[in-house]
Design a protein around this ligand. Structure first.
Ligand SMILES: Cc1cc2nc3c(=O)[nH]c(=O)nc-3n(C[C@H](O)[C@H](O)[C@H](O)COP(=O)(O)OP(=O)(O)OC[C@H]3O[C@@H](n4cnc5c(N)ncnc54)[C@H](O)[C@@H]3O)c2cc1C
Length: 232
């Protein structure tokens, strides 16, 4: 049996190689979207042609979203807990996550390579300041991770149950979950999370997802790219 903490073969590394997102499975491609839109005529096609691309653009333009719901993607995500919390606010996805009630192995902590300053004018934002040398602070964070792991292991050794001992592990702890979503809700997620309003870390995952799904939805990607979104 393989470990859940190993990325699937089709994955993109993020967070300086400490995290990843992989495409585990998918259902449907762009022809499914236009076939779904034409279900009312009782006809289906096997291959996209220029008129189908036009119809696809019309659906996107006019927010005819239900045909998009027939494409489904399952991702495996390896990320820090705080990214997981942000991600799981997207209620239209289905999730299954590794449980720290069951396992205490493979504990890892995300250590930022570079720290950002707190923004002065926006409590939710950060500033990437090249003059900000966080080397010592990063070392302090590493020390904190190590001490929290030591305490966690000590608690287990003293008989404390895993479900309570995990409370001493920090937000930088990595977790792994599966996440399944249809294309309509994926596009909504990508709009919100590949955005300058989103935290840099979750944004890296949104960018990586675009790389993973672009070969499956090239005309959808081209539609949004033509309207200023970055699709690589
Ligand atoms: C930059 C940023 C900052 C954020 N900051 C915070 C924060 O400080 N605190 C915080 O709590 N959250 C925060 N969020 C989370 C945000 O409020 C949303 O919960 C999250 O983005 C998911 O969006 P969503 O509800 O549209 O997506 P989904 O949950 O995937 O839902 C998709 C759509 O389905 C519909 N829908 C889903 N569930 C319901 C429902 N129960 N009732 C009616 N319609 C529904 C809505 O139209 C919704 O837009 C932030 C999000 C972003 C992107």
């Amino acid at each position: 049996m393989a470990s859940l903490n190993c990325p699937p073969s089709n994955h993109v590394s993020v967070l300086d190689g400490q995290g990843w997102v992989g495409l585990v499975d998918h259902l449907g491609d762009e022809i499914v979207i236009v076939n779904a839109a034409r279900v009312s005529f009782g006809k289906i096609k096997q291959r996209m042609d220029a008129s189908d691309v036009q119809l696809l653009h019309y659906l996107l333009e006019n927010k005819h979203t239900s045909p998009m719901e027939h494409l489904v993607f399952t991702f495996s995500v390896h990320c820090p807990l705080f990214v997981r919390s942000q991600w799981h606010r997207h209620r239209t996805w289905s999730y299954n996550e590794i449980s720290r009630r069951y396992t205490e192995i493979d504990l890892e902590f995300y250590l930022p390579v570079r720290l950002r300053r707190q923004a002065d004018n926006n409590r939710q934002a950060s500033v990437d300041d090249p003059a900000f040398d966080g080397t010592e602070i990063v070392a302090a964070m590493r020390g904190h991770h190590e001490r929290s792991l030591e305490l966690y292991n000590e608690l287990l050794a003293r008989g404390v149950c895993r479900e309570q001992a995990r409370g001493v592990l920090p937000q930088n702890m990595m977790t792994t979950f599966w996440a399944t979503v249809d294309l309509n809700n994926l596009l909504h997620f990508l709009e919100l999370r590949d955005s300058e309003h989103a935290q840099w870390e979750i944004r890296q995952y949104a960018v990586a997802i675009k790389k993973l799904v672009k070969p499956l939805i090239p005309n959808v990607a081209a539609y949004f790219a033509a309207r200023g979104q970055d699709w690589g």
